[in-house]
Design a protein around this ligand. Structure first.
Ligand code: MN
Ligand code: MN
Length: 457
């Protein structure tokens, strides 16, 4: 009978040790890369250490060459040139490095009730109440008037202070607890506590003035500099094992850095592929993939055009279109694992389970598959065979029950370029919460799956 089983059952002690040790590298990556900029720069350092060279600086490319190109510090495009012509098609694995978070507004600093506060605007689909009363770190960049870029990082080094969004005590929450969950904490209520010492010389807004003076001393920035800054509040805790058996990882940002790290590792272990292999880390997925660093940006086509031009010495639009038409893509993104606390949201026959391997999601969307790239059966057949031959434990799922909600991924934008694409990633519990959970087994199978995909003849 056709039934996917718990993958751990077939794992030998040696394989288990391998799976656990793979997870250690992943946890380190998560801790170092808590924003899209950091996740991009850490990945770039890893790629350089693996011998990847700057694509824009290379005059020409030949089979086996490893190159990278960075887009605005927020996208990383890695390629290994295949033995076949690029035009015969590329194997893409595309994941996103942005995660739900709390961004500071452009005019953030104010004083209230003897406290210094930051105004924020949340990023991505969050349950706002989950972001209160937890320690927050702040990372990002500030561009000063003279053009100098200052990097700010607070809350993640041992001994660092953290920031926090406060919540109401239960004793006074009678009214709050009657509200709908979407209204318990409002968007404008997500203000961050940033200090409380007053500036002795200021009569008005003394805590704000004190905080600004502190920032000026520490970072040499002034209040106006926030206008040209991107500062992101993220959970201040590190990735950690979950369960007595340490079989899972709890962390901020599994969605989608679990696919980022596993595809990077698969890429680094790929040598002389038949087809050109590309690992792309994209941004802005959580807010619709718009903008110059999102999947809908022309940067993607620019990078592929460079591959064509530098491998053949020539370029035209038809070559680019032919390349896409012959290409295959795994849109590597996470799925919802079945949660024993919320079993009612899944059709159990078409749901992904923790520990049953990497998930193929043929279509996402909502209200009758609206807004999805529904992968072609023929392409599902190719990936199915690829995974089976590569001894990859995989499962097939939808995001949840029909008409219960839904979601989208970058797959639709890739598919619009005339490419075969399917969503393929790791099932999670508590997706988009500050602390998400993934199974070490599924993480390892995603890595194995991407590796098998790159190795296709
Ligand atoms: Mn995602
Ligand atoms: Mn997401």
């Amino acid at each position: 009978m056709f039934q996917k089983e718990n993958g751990w059952k077939t794992v030998s002690p040696e394989q288990k040790a391998q799976i656990y040790s793979f997870s250690e590298g992943y946890k380190t990556y998560l801790d170092k890369g808590k924003t899209e900029r950091l996740a991009c720069s850490v990945a770039l350092e890893m790629a350089k250490a693996q011998g990847f060279e700057n694509l824009e600086e290379k005059k020409s490319l030949k089979a086996g060459d490893k190159v990278y190109i960075v887009n605005r510090d927020k996208n990383l495009f890695l390629a290994i040139i295949g033995q076949e012509d690029v035009e015969k098609g590329i194997s893409f694995v595309i994941s996103h490095i942005d995660c739900p978070r709390i961004d500071l507004k452009q005019n953030p600093v104010y004083s209230d009730s003897g406290l210094a506060m930051f105004k924020t605007h949340y990023y991505g689909g969050i349950k706002k109440y989950q972001w209160t009363a937890i320690p927050l770190a702040l990372h990002g960049v500030v561009l000063k008037a003279n053009g100098e870029k200052v990097e700010i990082s607070l809350g993640d080094e041992p001994g660092d202070p953290v920031l926090c969004i406060t919540d109401l005590l239960p004793h006074l929450a009678t009214d709050q607890m009657q509200k709908k969950a979407t209204e318990i904490i409002t968007g404008e209520g997500l203000n961050i506590l940033a200090g409380s010492l007053p500036d002795e010389e200021s009569e008005k807004d003394a805590e704000k003035e004190a905080l600004l003076k502190l920032l000026a001393e520490k970072y040499d920035i002034c209040e106006e500099d926030f206008l040209s800054a991107e500062l992101e509040a993220v959970p201040a805790f590190n990735a950690t094992d979950v369960g007595f058996d340490r079989s899972m990882i709890g962390a901020y940002g599994h969605d989608d850095r679990v696919c980022v790290y596993t595809s990077l590792m698969a890429m680094f272990e790929t040598e002389n592929p038949t087809k050109t292999a590309v690992c792309l880390l994209t941004d802005k997925e959580e807010i619709g993939s718009m903008g110059s660093t999102g999947m809908r940006s022309a940067f993607f086509e620019y990078a592929v055009a460079l591959l064509i031009e530098k491998t053949t010495g020539t370029y035209n639009e038809l070559m680019l279109k032919r390349t896409f038409r012959n290409s295959m893509c795994l849109s590597s993104d996470v799925c919802a694992g079945v949660d024993p606390n919320f079993p009612e949201v899944h059709d159990k026959m078409n749901a992904s389970y923790m520990g049953r391997g990497v998930v193929l999601v043929k279509y996402t969307g909502s209200r009758g598959k609206a807004g999805t790239s529904d992968a072609n059966a023929e392409f599902m057949g190719i990936i199915r065979r690829c995974f089976d031959e590569g001894d990859v434990c995989w499962q097939s799922a939808e995001l949840g029950k029909v008409d219960l909600g839904g979601g989208g991924t970058i797959a639709q934008y890739v598919a619009n370029l005339d490419m075969e694409v399917v969503d393929c990633g790791v099932p999670l519990l508590s997706m988009h919460a500050p602390f998400e959970i993934a199974s070490k087994y599924d993480i390892y199978m995603a890595y194995k799956g991407y590796k098998a995909f790159y190795a296709q003849k």
